[in-house]
Design a binder for this molecule. Structure first.
Ligand SMILES: [Zn+2]
Length: 287
């Protein structure tokens, strides 16, 4: 009889992907493969995609690999064959800061409304050591309209005159929704990454308006510098801002209270009493 540790008990897929054992993820980009491409943006795109294909697992399910889609597939680069989640990769040699440039604005907003926008993988690499420095994952449920900022249309005379792009404002995404798979050149344990992803899954089950409210309120309370806060403080600091983000809703305060209740039920905050709340440790893992 085979012992539990025997390789014969490990299926082929597990053997192939044994690299994802914590600390085993190889953060090196394979540069030579990319050198045949001329432009640096082509190089970056190619080596990033090769790395994701070689090393990355699906954060949304137990699958140990992602399937690269044919080039030209609209805004989606990878798909998980097991849970069917889709991922768009953006890679840069500069640290990912407050925002990332995304695709055409109206297409993006339509995708958000129809719940068909992909998850994001933001990959930051060093173009000196050719190693991954950070890999930030953003579940698609967190990419709501307040996260999208319209850019100026391209000027008259431009090759694509009138084309309107957009930026994704990372600062408008709650801290919990910015999940690091690799941080400061260290790969995190996949189990921890998946747990954080899982903790946000309920947001995808909310209808569009509720989702927006929840993401906006979660972001607001996670931006506060103290873990303990009062309901009055949330009103004072964020009522106006939330009113601007939700111009058709005149009941901002009840909406805030409603979101805090949901966030309490989901373990993001606890209710201390007398209008006092406290954030749990949940949101600070990726901070
Ligand atoms: Zn999956």
């Amino acid at each position: 009889m085979l012992s539990p540790g025997s390789s014969s008990l490990v299926n082929t897929k597990d053997q192939v992907h044994s690299r994802i054992i914590p600390g085993m993820m190889n953060l090196d980009l394979s540069l030579p493969n990319a050198l045949k491409y001329r432009s640096r943006s082509q190089q970056a795109g190619t080596i990033s995609e090769s790395w994701i294909e070689r090393e990355m697992y699906c954060p949304s399910c137990p699958s140990n690999g992602l399937h690269r889609l044919p080039r030209g597939t609209r805004v989606v680069d990878f798909k998980c064959d097991r849970c069917e989640e889709q991922y768009q990769i953006k890679s840069t040699s500069k640290p990912v800061c407050n925002r990332v440039t995304d695709s055409e604005y109206y297409t993006m907003m339509k995708a958000i409304r129809s719940d068909s926008s992909p998850n994001l993988m933001l990959l930051h690499y060093s173009n000196e050591s050719w190693r991954i420095r950070n890999l930030l994952l953003i579940p698609r449920h967190l990419i709501v309209s307040s996260v999208i900022k319209k850019r100026k249309p391209l000027r008259p005379g431009a090759r694509r005159e009138g084309w309107t792009g957009c930026n994704i404002l990372l600062t408008n995404i709650p801290i919990s929704g910015r999940i690091f798979a690799v941080r400061d050149s260290v790969a995190r344990e996949p189990g921890a990454v998946r747990m954080e992803w899982e903790g946000l899954r309920f947001i995808g089950g909310l209808e569009s308006q509720s989702r927006r409210w929840l993401v906006d309120v979660l972001r607001c309370i996670q931006s506060m510098d103290r873990e303990r806060f009062t309901l009055q403080e949330v009103y004072t600091r964020f009522e106006e801002e939330l009113g601007v983000l939700h111009p058709h809703n005149r009941n901002v305060r009840p909406k805030i209270r409603q979101q805090l209740q949901v966030l309490r039920d989901k373990g993001f905050v606890t209710f201390v009493g007398r209008g006092i709340y406290e954030r749990t440790g949940r949101q600070t893992r990726s901070d």
